[in-house]
Write a protein that binds this ligand. Sequence first.
Ligand code: 13P
Ligand code: SF4
Length: 360
Amino acid sequence: MAESIISVAYDHPGCSTASAWARKAREPDPQEKAVLIARIKRLLREQDAVLVAHYYVHPDLQDLAEQTGGIVSDSLDMANFGHRHPAKTIVVAGVRFMGETAKILNPEKRVLMPDLEAECSLDLGCPADEFSAFCDAHPERSVVVYANTSAAVKARADWMVTSSIALPVVKHLMEQGKKILWAPDRHLGAYVQEQTGADMLLWQGACVVHDEYKAQELIALKAQYPGCIVLVHPESPRAVIQLADVVGSTTQLINAARNTDAKVFIVATDNGILHKMRTLCPDKLFLEAPTAGAGANCTSCSHCPWMAMNGLINLAQVLETGTNEIVVDPAIIPRAVLPIQRMLDFARQISLPTSGIGNA
Ligand code: 13P
Ligand code: SF4
């Protein structure tokens, strides 16, 4: 039986969704939007830059990334794509750990972000010094960290994983008889532990978005749509995961929506993903999984406040001015790149399908 120890009491420490929401990117009016899009396209060309976007950012940014030869994808594919693309500048429309991962993999390139304060509650909830002490207390364990962590935390890890590759990596380590120290997402960690039977110690972080999905309300919504399919990101609580027909990364959930015959889907992940799902499957109905209900304390309501900081206006500004460059301490990079590169090599070795969704 796998052992599980709660490392720290957790209540989204240090993370204020209210101050994040206050920085939400302003939406330009349609005329301003057309001018901005044309300006960004020109700047990307002039600056030899590529736009790498996550499915949770505003649809305008997702479309722009695809229209300009960039990518919209999950965090694994974002890292892969930026690493392989020849552009001298990578512009990451997402959150800070995604920009840092791009910089760690490409220290010679310039990595820009529309807003450098676009954080992540998982990253904020796993300070490097406390995490390091946790690792020191368990030196016999292989340290596996989720991508949603700082460069300093990655530098302490043996492996980095994203949600699309966490299960195969942990199975691989189990086969080698390894015990695992996992951080920071407690729900994803518990899911991986349950699926693999691995011996895992879990850091007790959580995502402010996925933590809010409610099982009872999901059961009620399901009952209204007989035959519907429930798609769940594994950062969601266990009771919600148990109601899922498909559990997976953002790319894996989109693939499931595309490849399943059902007409109605309930989606338990950030609602930014609905843009891609609805574009790819215009004849299907996609509903947000409920975040309200008994005991609800909804502060993010199915959308990440940090992803919402990315917009056309600040994207154009950073391309024009070169501000908001990601800087990672050069002393950390040689150590932090190891767990990331290990994951990318492993993904290639097991031929983990990458998305290319909508980019083909
Ligand atoms: P994916 O790797 O599935 O895109 O997830 C990233 C993330 O931050 C989910 O909240
Ligand atoms: Fe982090 Fe959650 Fe936002 Fe993803 S959705 S970036 S895990 S806070």
